[in-house]
Design a protein around this ligand. Structure first.
Ligand code: IMP
Ligand code: MG
Length: 178
């Protein structure tokens, strides 16, 4: 793999290699296998960013489980504070289930809080959060993250599902902006 890449107008440098990422994923998969045994969890992966993480995580989950996908649509309210994201595709099969949200990254935490709020209506039995990446220094919400594969500093990153303006999601390693 290359150490420095260019996406559009920005340079990025190699930050976390695939093997390290996947070690982190295997570690949380083992925790999930132990914690959620007998609960038939429903994994709810958030598109687009979580597609690669979800694929790798599911390969390591050995307990009976299902997976489904949602996506978030920005809708623009009248003030900046209203600029939350509506969850699309969150309809069937959540009531009474143990749901594991599968996200690419928790940054400010605003997206996750909004998702949790919108899920309540569908009455899940319990909700766990699994995230590939977490930026503790950027968190602005009170949030309990059950499964974190990797903690990172407050840098902008791409790869392994995460994008810069739509590009870079297919990179198998994670890069950070130079
Ligand atoms: P939050 O609502 O601030 O927690 O941001 C969550 C969303 O912002 C994620 O689902 C990503 O789509 C995006 N995001 C946050 N940090 C990064 C980053 O470093 N690279 C790419 N996308 C990011
Ligand atoms: Mg995302």
């Amino acid at each position: 793999m290359k150490d420095v890449i260019t996406i559009k107008d920005r340079e990025f440098e190699l930050f976390i290699e695939q093997e390290v990422i996947e070690q982190g994923i295997r570690r949380i998969a083992s925790q999930i296998n132990a914690d959620l045994e007998g609960k038939n969890p429903l994994f709810l992966a958030v598109l687009n960013g979580a597609f690669m993480f979800a694929g790798e995580l599911m390969k390591e989950v050995t307990i009976p489980s299902e997976i489904t996908f949602v996506r978030l649509a920005s809708y623009h309210g009248t003030t900046a504070a209203d600029d939350v994201k509506e969850v699309l595709g969150l309809n069937e099969g959540i009531e009474g289930r143990c749901v594991v949200i599968v996200e690419d990254i928790v940054d400010s935490g605003n997206t996750m809080v909004s998702l949790l709020e919108q899920m309540k209506v569908h009455r899940p039995k319990e909700v766990k959060i699994a995230t590939l990446l977490f930026k503790p220094a950027a968190l602005r919400q009170k949030l309990h993250l059950d499964y974190v594969a990797l903690e990172i500093p407050n840098d902008f990153i791409v790869g392994y599902g995460l994008d810069y303006d739509g590009y870079g999601r297919n990179l198998k390693d994670i890069y950070k902006v130079k």
